[in-house]
Design a protein around this ligand. Structure first.
Ligand SMILES: Nc1ncnc2c1ncn2[C@@H]1O[C@H](COP(=O)(O)OP(=O)(O)O)[C@@H](O)[C@H]1O
Ligand SMILES: [Mg+2]
Length: 184
């Protein structure tokens, strides 16, 4: 198969419905598969009851790669909206790890005889959180780096997104935004 780099020659040319190079995910004239924002809700429907969604978040905290000893679940009112907050004292995530957590299908968990992780498909957080609410804000800390990520159906609807996009912002304790591209 021959892949070419550059804009298609003109209307009707192979790939002419594709975006120009550098214009986003369809760069280089290759049509890439994307995920509709509606997938967030359909994916969450695997949880017929909210309890299994809560269990996904608890499982993540106690899985061997996180090893939290304490998990708090609180109900809070934020701007007249009821929010569930999950807080754990596990190892937290680097910006790179949070990026993988808020993507689909990535998992670094390894199955060992001694300690078998509960989640292994890289989907539990996304399906569980989106079953409990339309929006999930994740704050995490690893060393001196804090990171916040937003998996939000409300945001995607607001910006009329055609694909799932997840803002992830690393910052330090002085409130300075760090480069989002660094692999940590
Ligand atoms: N509470 C947490 N603390 C630290 N890392 C987490 C936490 N929850 C999830 N993660 C990370 O995000 C990844 C993806 O989570 P998830 O979507 O539930 O898939 P899975 O549990 O199958 O890997 C986990 O493998 C883990 O590395
Ligand atoms: Mg999981």
């Amino acid at each position: 198969m021959l892949l070419y780099r550059g804009a298609p020659a003109g209307p009707g040319a192979p790939g002419s419905a594709l975006a120009r190079p550098g214009s986003g995910p369809q760069a280089f004239g290759i049509r890439l598969s994307t995920m509709s924002p509606r997938y967030l809700q359909s994916n969450s429907s695997s949880h017929t009851r909210p309890f299994s969604a809560i269990a996904e978040l608890l499982d993540n905290a106690v899985d061997p790669d996180v090893s939290a000893r304490t998990v708090f679940i609180d109900v809070e009112e934020v701007k007249n909206k009821t929010c569930l907050t999950f807080t754990d004292d596990g190892c937290g995530m680097t910006p790179h790890k949070l990026h993988r957590m808020l993507s689909f299908g990535f998992t670094d968990k390894v199955i060992k005889k001694s300690q078998c992780p509960i989640g292994v498909f890289g989907n539990g957080f996304k399906s569980g959180s989106m079953r409990l609410g339309k929006d999930a804000l994740v704050f995490t800390k690893n060393g001196g780096t804090l990171t916040v990520g937003l998996l939000s159906q409300t945001y995607l609807e607001c910006v009329q997104a055609q694909a799932v996009i997840v803002p992830i912002v690393p910052f330090n304790q002085q409130n300075n935004i760090l480069s989002g591209n660094g692999k940590c």
